[in-house]
Ligand binder design. Structure first.
Ligand code: BGC
Length: 753
C-alpha cells in the first residue's frame, strides 16, 4: 500500500467511524469530529498549505511545468501545500488538478475550486445590479441556482459571490456587481443569492459554496475610485454597510472575502475589528475568510506593514484564513509559528474552517463529485438554464419613460430603424464578469428584434462605442471621433416610423477598476442621438450600461427610455419582448440616477440636516446650480399600465404595526407592480434618514383590479444600530410611506410605544 493511500484510508476510517448521526446539530458535531480527525494527521506545513490558494497556473492538459513559478506551484500541489485553486475550470482540467492533490499528496486532501460565478457561468444572466432591479427574490434565487448548477457541472464548487457591497456612488464601476444603494433590498437579495447558490444541500453536485464579499465597506471608496480609501463613521458602518453581510451570514453563507480597501486607517485584510470582533465574534461566523486577490501583500503598499512576513502575521491574527495569490502564508507562516509570533491554535482554527466547508461540499466523500463529463455536456447551456436567463432578463428591465405611448411598438406595418453601437453587439451584453462565457455569444438586440418579422427593420450602427476589441484587463478605448457612419443612420431614421437606439456602455466599461468621472453616454453617442433626433423625434432609447448614467438631455427630449443594463446571454430576446409588449416591464431602479456627477453621492435615504429647506434665502442645504432632486429616484420604474395607491391605514398590535394599502391597476393591460413601504423615525438618539425601505411586495393586477397589500413592521424594521453597534428600538413617532417608488407622497404616521 502506498503511503498516501494508507493515510487516506486512515482519514476515511476516522470519517466513517463518526458517521452515525441524526439532526442538524448532530450533523454539525459529526463534521467537527471529522475535521479534527483530519487535522490531527497534519503537519504544520500541510495545515498552512490548506490556507494557500493559487490561481490556475498552467494549461493542465499540456506538459507539466518544469521551471519558474508554475513549477513551484505544481510542486506545492503535489506536496499538499495548496488548499484551493481558482480559475481552473472545465471537468477535464479540474479533474487533473484534483487528482494531483488527492492522489499525489501525502494526505490526499481535496482542493476546493473557486471561480467568479457572478451572474452565470457560461450562460450569463443579467449583471447583478440589473437582476436587483427585478426586486423578484424568487427569480434572483433561481438565477443563482442556475449559475451554480452550470458552474458545478464544469467542476467548480465555490463561487466568489454574492458581492453584497452597498454603494452610493455610480462612478464606482463595481456597482454593476451589487444590489445597489439600499441596505434593506440588498440584504434580501444577499439572502436570495446565497440560498440560490448553496441550495438546500451543499453536498449536491448542483450547488456551490457562496462567498459574501467584500468585507467590508469596499463600496464606499472615496470619489468612487476603485481600491480607494474608505473612511466612514460608525452609524453608516453598522446601519448601511454591515447588514447585508449579516444577512448572508444568517443565511449560512459558507465563506467571506475580505477587501482591498482600508477602513478608517486599517486595511480590511488586516482588520481584526471586522474579521475577529464582528464577523467571527459577535456574529459567530463558522465558515472561512479568503483574502481578496493579493490583498495580504498589498498591506505593504497601504503603508501598514513593512514586508510580507509582517503582512502574513497581521492578516492571520486579524482573521483572514486563506491567502489568495499573495504567497504570504505559504512562505512566511511556518516561520512565524516557529518563532512564536503566531500561535499554532490560530492556524488550526483557520484550517478547521476550511476543512469543514470541504466536508460540507462532500469533497472528502468524493473529490470528483463535481467532475462528471456527462453532466458537464448536458447541463452547460441547457434549455432550462437559457429559459431561466431569459425570464430574469425580462424582469430586470426598467421602463424609465414612455410618453405618447410610443411603447409598446406595433407588431406590423411599421418601418423601424435600429441604430447604435450596441444594437448588434453580441459581446457587451455579457457584462464584465463573464470569464467562462463564449465571446460574442449573447443574442443581440438586432437578433431579438428580427424575430418580429411583420415590421421592416433597418439596421445602421451609427457609431461604435469602443475602438478595437475590449477585454477584462485593458482599458476600453472609447470612440471619440469617428462619425463616418452617422449619415447612414440618419438616412435610416428619416425613412422610419420609429427609431430604436441602443446606446450606453460596452460590457468592460463597468466592473472592477472601471471608475469614471463622467456618467454621460460615452464617446460620441450623445452627438449621434441628437443628430438622429433632428430627423426623427419618435425615438425609443434602449440603454445598455452597468451603472446609473446622467441622461438629462434624453429625459427631456426622447419620448421613450428603456433601461436594459447588460442582460446577459438572452439580452436581445428580452429587450424585443419588452419593446413589443409581449412582456410588460415591472423593474424598479435599485440605485438613484443622478442629474450630474456633482450630486454624487446621491441616494434616497439621506439625512434631513439642520437646514433642509427650501428657503427663500440661500442658507439651506442645496446647490446653487443644480436641484437636490435626482433624475430618477431609487425604486422608480414604469409599466405599460398605471397603478394608483389609496386608503393607507395603520394599526398597532403590541409590538407589531400593520400597514394596509389598496393598489389598483388603472390602465388597460395586466401589469406587475413592486409595492414599496418606507418609514421615517422622526426623532431618534442617532438621527435617522428621511425615508428607509422596510418592505416590498410584487403583485400582479388585471386591468381595473384592486388588491389590498398588508405589511407588518416589527422591532426588526423599526430599530437601528447605535454608534456602539447595539441594535435599539426607540418609542416615538414614525411616518409610513407607500407607493411605487421612493418618491411617494402617500403617507400616514403612528406612535410606537
Ligand atoms: C476581485 C474579487 C474576485 C477576485 C478573484 C479580485 O480582483 O476583487 O471580487 O473574486 O479578484 O477573481
Amino acid at each position: 500500500m502506498k503511503k498516501n493511500t494508507l493515510i487516506i484510508s486512515i482519514i476515511l476510517l476516522a470519517i466513517i467511524g463518526c458517521q452515525k448521526s441524526t439532526g442538524i446539530k448532530e450533523g454539525r458535531k459529526d463534521i467537527d469530529r471529522k475535521v479534527d480527525s483530519v487535522l490531527n494527521l497534519m503537519t504544520l506545513e500541510e495545515k498552512i498549505g490548506q490556507m494557500n490558494q493559487y490561481n490556475g497556473f498552467w494549461d493542465v492538459t499540456g506538459p507539466v511545468p518544469s521551471d519558474g513559478d508554475a513549477a513551484k506551484k505544481y510542486e506545492h500541489l503535489r506536496k499538499g501545500l495548496v488548499g484551493s485553486m481558482l480559475n481552473v475550470r472545465g471537468v477535464a482540467n479540474v479533474k487533473k488538478v484534483q487528482k494531483i492533490a488527492v492522489e499525489e499528496s501525502r494526505l490526499g486532501i481535496p482542493l476546493i475550486i473557486g471561480f467568479d460565478v457572478i451572474h452565470g457561468y457560461e450562460t450569463q444572466s443579467p449583471i447583478p445590479i440589473a437582476e436587483s432591479a427585478s426586486w423578484d427574490l424568487e427569480a434572483i434565487k433561481k438565477s443563482a441556482a442556475m449559475a451554480a448548477k452550470e458552474a458545478a457541472a464544469a467542476g467548480i464548487n465555490w463561487t466568489f459571490a454574492p458581492m453584497v457591497d452597498i454603494s452610493r456612488d455610480p462612478r464606482w464601476g463595481r456597482v454593476m456587481e451589487g444590489a445597489g444603494e439600499d441596505t434593506f433590498l440588498g440584504s434580501k437579495i444577499a439572502v436570495a443569492r446565497v440560498k440560490g447558490f448553496q441550495g438546500e444541500d451543499l453536498s449536491s453536485p448542483a450547488t456551490l459554496a457562496a462567498c459574501a464579499k467584500h468585507f467590508a465597506a469596499y463600496g464606499f471608496a472615496e470619489s468612487g475610485k476603485d481600491y480607494n480609501t474608505v473612511d466612514v463613521g460608525t452609524s453608516t458602518l453598522y446601519n448601511t454597510i454591515l447588514p447585508p453581510f449579516k444577512a448572508a451570514k444568517d443565511a449560512d453563507v459558507k465563506t467571506f472575502m475580505n477587501a482591498f480597501n482600508e477602513l478608517n486607517g486599517i486595511p480590511a485584510t488586516g482588520n481584526a475589528f471586522l474579521q475577529r470582533e464582528i464577523l467571527k465574534g459577535r456574529w459567530n461566523f463558522k465558515g472561512f475568510v479568503v483574502s481578496d486577490w493579493g490583498s495580504i501583500m498589498e498591506m505593504m503598499a497601504h503603508g501598514y506593514v513593512k514586508d510580507k512576513k509582517d503582512a502574513a502575521d497581521l492578516a492571520v491574527k486579524a482573521g483572514s484564513d486563506m491567502d489568495m495569490e499573495s504567497y504570504a502564508y505559504i512562505n512566511e507562516l511556518a516561520e512565524l509559528v516557529n518563532d512564536g509570533s503566531v500561535k499554532e491554535s490560530l492556524i488550526d482554527d483557520a484550517v478547521r474552517r476550511i476543512l469543514k466547508v470541504k466536508f460540507e461540499l462532500g469533497l472528502f466523500e468524493d473529490p470528483y463529485k463535481y467532475c462528471n463529463e456527462e453532466r458537464e455536456k448536458s447541463v452547460i447551456g441547457s434549455k432550462e438554464i437559457q429559459e431561466a436567463a431569459l425570464d430574469i432578463a425580462k424582469k430586470s428591465i426598467v421602463l424609465l419613460k414612455n410618453e405618447n405611448k410610443v411603447l409598446p411598438l406595433k407588431k406590423s406595418g411599421q418601418k423601424i430603424a435600429l441604430i447604435g453601437g450596441l444594437a448588434a453587439d453580441k459581446n457587451s451584453p455579457l457584462g464584465s464578469w463573464r470569464l467562462a462565457a463564449k465571446d460574442n455569444s449573447a443574442i443581440s438586440v438586432l437578433e431579438g428584434m428580427q424575430k418580429y418579422k411583420e415590421n421592416e427593420l433597418i439596421y445602421a450602427e451609427g457609431a461604435s462605442v469602443a475602438v478595437g476589441a475590449t477585454n477584462f484587463i485593458n482599458e476600453v478605448q472609447v470612440n471619440l471621433t469617428d462619425t463616418s457612419k452617422f449619415n447612414k443612420a440618419i438616412e435610416a431614421a428619416k425613412k422610419s416610423d420609429v427609431v430604436v437606439m441602443v446606446l450606453g456602455e460596452v460590457g468592460f466599461q463597468s466592473g472592477e477598476a472601471r471608475s469614471s468621472t463622467s456618467l454621460d453616454l460615452p464617446g460620441i453617442q450623445q452627438e449621434l442621438l441628437e443628430a438622429v433626433y433632428q430627423v426623427n423625434k419618435n425615438i425609443v432609447l434602449v440603454l445598455n450600461n452597468g451603472r446609473p448614467l446622467t441622461i438629462n438631455w434624453a429625459e427631456m427630449n426622447i419620448p421613450a427610455i428603456v433601461e436594459a443594463w447588460q442582460l446577459g446571454s438572452q439580452t436581445g430576446n428580452a429587450v424585443a419582448q419588452v419593446l413589443y409588449g409581449d412582456y410588460n416591464p415591472s423593474g424598479k431602479l435599485p440605485m438613484t440616477f443622478p442629474r450630474s456627477v456633482g450630486q454624487i453621492p446621491i441616494y434616497y435615504n439621506y439625512k434631513n440636516t439642520g437646514r433642509p429647506g427650501p428657503k427663500k434665502e440661500v442658507f439651506w442645504s442645496h446647490y446653487q446650480d443644480e436641484t437636490n432632486k435626482p433624475l430618477y429616484p431609487f425604486g422608480y420604474g414604469l409599466s405599460y399600465t398605471t397603478f394608483s395607491y389609496n386608503d393607507i391605514q395603520v394599526s398597532t398590535q403590541g409590538k407589531n404595526v400593520k400597514v394596509i394599502v389598496n393598489v389598483t391597476n388603472t390602465g388597460e393591460v395586466e401589469g406587475k407592480e413592486v409595492v414599496q413601504l418606507y418609514i421615517r423615525d422622526m426623532i431618534a438618539s442617532v438621527t435617522r434618514p428621511v425615508k428607509e425601505l422596510k418592505g416590498f411586495e410584487l403583485i400582479t393586477l388585471k386591468p381595473k383590479e384592486t388588491k389590498t397589500v398588508t405589511f407588518t413592521l416589527t422591532e426588526k424594521e423599526l430599530g437601528f444600530f447605535n454608534n456602539t453597534g447595539a441594535f435599539i428600538v426607540e418609542p416615538g413617532e414614525f411616518k409610513v410611506f407607500v407607493g411605487g417608488s421612493s418618491d411617494t407622497s402617500l403617507e400616514t404616521s403612528f406612535d410606537f410605544l
